[in-house]
Write a protein that binds this ligand. Sequence first.
Ligand code: PZK
Length: 302
Amino acid sequence: MNDALLTTSLGDMPLTARGKVRDLYAVGEELLFIATDRISAFDHVLGSGIPDKGRILTQLSHFWFDLLADTVPNHLLAKPSESLLAKIAPYRAQTDGRSMIVRRAEMFPVECVVRGYISGSGWKDYLATGSVCGIELPQGLRESERLAEPIFTPAAKINTGGHDENISYQTMVETIGAEYAAELKRLTLAIYAKAAAHAASKGLILADTKFEFGLVEGKIVLADEVLTPDSSRYWPAASYAPGGPQPSFDKQYVRDYLESIHWNKQAPAPALPDAVIERTREKYLEAFRLITGRAGIDVSGG
Ligand code: PZK
């Protein structure tokens, strides 16, 4: 097996943004979005990567962009020019199967989160206040319970390190304007409905997910990676049991290992044993196979 790709370096191409697990480069007018094999847990990037994780998540994003094409336009460049392809050709070992050439968008400074189930920061807010992002919920909900209707719970992006902060819809309106807020909310709920129905048909619950949108030539496009396990909570429907947290589909072996060694959750984050890496890689592949119906990922191209 090939080793995990932990860091990219593309000569003198300007790095536009480096996230916990993704790297974004400027290539002329366009952007090159590379999903590395880095993995985070408990808010830290770990010392080991998961081989092919970036490929699996990129190819899963492609699947969802295709499935959603009649619901929302996206930031993928329809046909990269030969000159653009020539610019990135020297770096194919770092980009094959794990990169997207995307159009530069003016990003909305809001994370568009949708929750069909009450979990994570939504559960914390509900316990503290009975509501999430100003949406009052019925009393007596159990952790991980299905909501009567999916709810739109926007968050403000906090620069690297901090957690995104849940905000009210009114605050979103004040930040980006009423018309964009309404359209992003509508799109988010429509995308979730379609994606959750597809996931359900494959035995998966899409508990929640988050989208980023931007403007290209004045039109709203779906950007970033979409509906990956890094941006979403997927639960196996067969073992769903409200009344507590649900095991993570993809990262549970990682979390269990980190708990077992009593890591203090301060940097530096530990490396993972080979067995944990291999089992986790298999979970990402299992998610990919379930959702896409394909046997496996492509290792080159893309
Ligand atoms: C953009 N991010 C998040 C952070 C990453 C990604 N099409 C676009 N145009 C302009 N900006 C972005 C996108 C997209 N997608 C996305 N930040 C800016 C991000 C770090 C690494 F790969």
